[in-house]
Design a protein around this ligand. Structure first.
Ligand SMILES: C[S@@+](CC[C@H](N)C(=O)[O-])C[C@H]1O[C@@H](n2cnc3c(N)ncnc32)[C@H](O)[C@@H]1O
Length: 297
């Protein structure tokens, strides 16, 4: 059993450096802790420096999407005054630190062991430098989002009678449809137990990828060892149907809704058309379980 778990982790470990590129994109934003996380990441990290040398970390308009999805998801976590949050595949995202410094009672974030151990180390250093204590509010745990039961340890931190908001930002696009289904089943088991909803920005369709990103897809496929273009939804309806067939109601929110709160377009010197191309076709889905709708609001 242990052997199987380790080998399945190895498959997914190749995806982890994508979190570094998102962390870099966030340095063009005003998202709290982004610069601190990035400068800790750069310290003494040969694998990171290789990625930088390979040109995977150039400043690109996609940073606008990173900023929009982060801020839109944050806004949607607050819809129902959600106080318990579970973020899967959190990579180097500062959300756990940001929201547990505010009004979130329990924030649990998970990723693959290698990635989340690095994250834990970085978070510890950043919080120490800033003299912030989040003990008992922020939990950073190993958790393979695809393994059945992979979230059990993470979920054990939640109070039983309070809803949980589950977040996946930037994970599902790397997974094939069978793997996406496995993640959804894990989310369903959490929502069945606690109630709440699932937020994901991972709803993109291949047709909607801006031309400028298509070459990136080829590079990224090589980097992560998987054919990314096969993992996109075919159409926006395909994306909605996929989650509805798994038992969710789906409410889409356009990235454009958050445009007024973005600072990266100005920092990257982007024109309105480019920004619109980055945002207008991308959506975050807010999903609740169909069967327990009335208990979930
Ligand atoms: C593009 S990064 C996104 C990270 C973060 N959510 C963000 O927006 O910055 C994808 C993340 O998925 C994680 N990942 C890949 N496969 C995973 C799995 N099976 N279970 C949990 N995390 C996984 C990687 O380690 C990486 O941190």
């Amino acid at each position: 059993m242990k052997e199987r778990f380790e080998s399945s982790e190895n498959i997914y470990n190749k995806i982890s450096p994508t979190a570094w590129s998102v962390a870099y994109g966030r340095t063009f934003t005003d998202i709290p802790f982004s610069n601190e996380i990035y400068s800790e990441l750069k310290n003494d990290n040969p694998a990171f420096l290789r990625l930088e040398k390979d040109g995977m970390l150039s400043a690109r308009p996609v940073a606008v999407q990173f900023e929009a999805r982060y801020k839109l998801i944050n806004k949607l976590t607050k819809l129902n005054g959600q106080r318990q949050i579970l973020e899967l595949a959190s990579g180097l995202s500062p959300r756990g630190m940001e929201l547990s410094s505010q009004d979130c009672d329990v924030f649990v974030e998970t990723d693959l062991p290698e990635m989340i151990d690095l994250k834990n180390d970085i978070v510890r250093k950043v919080l120490h430098h800033k003299n912030i204590a989040l003990d008992g509010r922020l939990f950073i745990e190993h958790g393979n989002a695809i393994e059945p039961g992979g979230l059990a340890q993470a979920a054990s931190h939640f109070k039983p009678n309070e809803h949980v908001c589950v977040i996946t930002e930037g994970l599902l696009r790397y997974l094939d449809f069978d793997e996406k289904t496995k993640v959804a089943k894990n989310v369903i088991s959490v929502l069945n137990k606690y109630g709440g909803y699932w937020l994901t920005s991972d709803t993109q369709t291949l047709a909607d990828v801006p031309e400028s990103h298509k070459t990136d897809n080829a590079k990224f496929s090589k980097l992560v060892g998987r054919e990314i273009s096969k993992n996109y939804f075919e159409t926006p309806k395909h994306a909605e149907d996929f989650f509805e067939n798994l038992g969710f109601t789906v409410k889409p929110y356009s990235f454009s809704e958050i445009e007024d709160c973005l600072v990266s377009p100005m920092r990257l010197g982007l024109d309105k058309k480019t920004v619109n191309e980055e945002l207008s076709k991308r959506r975050v889905f807010l999903m609740r379980l169909k069967e327990s709708n009335e208990n979930n609001h």
